[in-house]
Design a binder for this molecule. Structure first.
Ligand code: HPA
Length: 278
């Protein structure tokens, strides 16, 4: 069965559960930020393991389900838990849910993640709008035969993080009196955190944050000409900046500490999301 046929089966299954709901924004919730899905109104929940052709999440702190419901008056399809390359999935598997969103008719994508802070002028708990990314590793979700039904073989990445959505996010932050950063996210494969030397390298290369997700999804979304916004919750100073080892608990704790602010910001962004991008 080819990719398009699989996607059609996935779509048919999800649509059979939606009771006529038509999601317009796909929202991917990163480590420690998953609670937001519980705020959706009139929601339908679909576990990943019941969806035909979906991979299954394995990380502690990640639930693995779709929650579809209303947020600030807009129908949102939320991924509570995502798939990571470091779990052993191929890049193609990592982006399968994003392709599913597109096939369901969703044109706008809102990616969130937890990331390490490389910029020494910033601090843990800061929220960073992703202006661009650097994909250090060689793999790419579009490597291989191009799925022509989804997009072109060669495609532009200069607006991968939609400029209009970046200003929407800045406006939303301003409306709510939340301060946000804007910067470049660099992908590492994980699951090992970076070395101190890798973090120095990332800084010299122009990165403000390092993380293990988001980039494959943003690439697949660009391929399909979706409008993407990305926000990183900078949960910890990246390796080697402070004189202390990194651990996953710190990532989850910071996520917990900022979740109210984060949720306020996400809601306001969704509320004022430009109609023409939906
Ligand atoms: N590095 C990579 N990924 C991360 C980090 C980090 O320091 N913190 C949260 N996700």
């Amino acid at each position: 069965m080819d990719l398009m046929e699989k996607l059609e089966e996935t779509k048919a299954y999800i649509e059979s559960k939606l009771g006529g709901r038509k999601p317009v924004i796909g929202l991917v919730l990163g480590s420690g930020l998953g609670d937001m899905a519980d705020e959706l109104e009139d929601s339908v929940i679909i576990d990943y393991h019941e969806i035909p052709h979906f991979p299954v999440s394995t990380v502690p702190g990640h639930k693995g389900r779709l929650v579809i419901g209303k947020l600030e008056g807009k129908m949102v399809l939320c991924m509570q838990g995502r798939f990571h390359f470091y779990e052993g999935y191929s890049m193609e598997e990592v982006v399968y849910p994003i392709r599913t969103m597109k096939i369901l008719g969703i044109r706008s994508l809102f990616l969130t993640n937890a990331a390490g802070c490389v910029n020494t002028g910033w601090k843990p708990g800061d929220l960073m709008l992703i202006s661009d990314h650097i994909k250090l590793i060689a793999d790419n979700p579009l490597r291989g035969r191009n799925p022509e039904g989804l997009g072109e073989r060669f495609f532009d990445m200069t607006n991968a993080y939609d400029k209009k959505l970046l200003s929407t996010a800045e406006k939303a932050a301003d409306n709510k009196g939340i301060s946000v950063r804007k910067g470049v996210y660099m992908l590492f494969t994980g699951p090992s955190f970076e070395t101190a030397a890798e973090v120095r390298f990332a800084r010299i290369a122009g990165a403000d944050a390092v993380g293990m997700s988001t980039v494959p999804e943003a690439i697949a979304a660009s391929h399909m000409r979706m409008h993407t916004l990305g926000i990183s919750c900078l949960t910890n100073m990246a390796a080697g900046i402070l004189d202390q080892p990194l651990n996953h608990e710190e990532v989850l704790e910071t996520g917990e500490r900022v979740k109210t602010t984060f949720s306020l910001l996400v809601r306001e962004i969704v509320r004022i999301w430009p109609e023409e991008l939906l």
